[in-house]
Design a protein around this ligand. Sequence first.
Ligand code: ADP
Length: 455
Amino acid sequence: MFEKVLIANRGEIALRIHRACRELGIRTVAVHSTADADAMHVRLADEAVCIGPPPAAQSYLNIPAIISAAEITDTDAIHPGYGFLSESARFAAIVEEHGYTFIGPTAEHIRLMGDKIQAKETMRGLGVPLVPGSAGQIEDPAVAAAEAAALGYPVLIKASAGGGGRGMRVVERPEELVQLVDAARAEARAAFGDDRVYLEKYLSNPRHIEVQVLGDAHGNVVHLFERDCSLQRRHQKLVEEAPSPALNHDQRLAIGALVTRAMTALGYRGLGTVEFLYADGAFSFIEMNTRLQVEHPVTEMVTGLDLVHEQIRVAAGVPLGYGQDAIRLSGHAIECRVTAENPLTLAPSPGRVSEYHAPGGPGVRVDSALYAGYPVPPYYDSLIAKLIAHAASRNECVLRLRRALEEYVIEGIETTLPLHLALMARADFANGDYDIHWLERFIAERQAAGAAPIA
Ligand code: ADP
């Protein structure tokens, strides 16, 4: 097992990883920008190294600075968290070349799945059903027009190097295709330095359901059931739950087994998430994330496993030591992503937290690096806390989450706590009756009502 791990991240996930390391008897090294000198994970880590100024490009994405920090602290392994360098095959390779263990999959698997066109091709070969789409990237406009017509409008243009919901364009009519392909290409080139795009059938009302997998370095792979992440805004998840209210147990076991077979054939090591759109009883693969996910806690609550412990163990070469039969689903868990944003307009609201009180009690978990007096910096993602509730049934879980949201106090900045509370009161949410567009409509309705003059 490792003696010292460097955490190449910030915020709640850096703290989450620090906690897991501590429980495993591993010392931690925090790296941070000058904006995060007083951050909770920096305070708690055994050692801390400043790696640059606030902009991420000069600090959390600064590979030479991170490798130097690993050298001066004599680190054994590097955990990338999520975001930043977590899906950079280049970073994973550089980490390993310098003699450190990258806590994640192999650089080859990261590269393979980071290229969505290749990922889809690979999954097809492994017998996983896909969202119908173009045969590889779009090059010739005439071929693209024929492919789009065969798929049937609307179609979706997606970037092969895409992520975070960027570079996507819905095409409603044939005459828009060429112009929107050019726009998507330009956006992909600017965002990812790779302008390859492809087409997918645009599914009208699917749910987003993803399967969590875990593989060790000895060829053992298990799945940890699924999460439903359909509640999204701008293709970004806001609320996630496990298990999905849309699946029965047989469907759950079937998709889990399919994914496990595919990942076993691939020889996948580490944590991974295989994402599907689900409609009319059918699953269609969209992409795979080769890292720890923001929403991993809901899986932890319903399986009783600590995913970060497992991730560190398999990276150290420890065999899983258990099979699929040992993994049981218990109860229901829901996570709310709380962000430093106006709850109506969702405009960013960085600043100093003047008062802070986190909820507690049975079945409530808060993953957050906030404290009273903490200045939420304007430079990074607006996620400030994840509130997770776990209960025996979905119904009890919703009630528990509502009371925990009512207890939560974050003063001095605006947060999305009121948005989450409003969501809890909606019958569609209580019934688990929503698709990937539901939350956008809910937010638009709130904005329309909020903007109306008060009678
Ligand atoms: P990213 O990597 O940018 O997050 P994904 O491929 O994971 O992109 O898709 C993000 C979200 O976009 C999905 O969860 C879903 O809501 C929507 N989406 C993606 N592909 C389709 C599709 N073919 N039809 C309808 N919605 C889609």
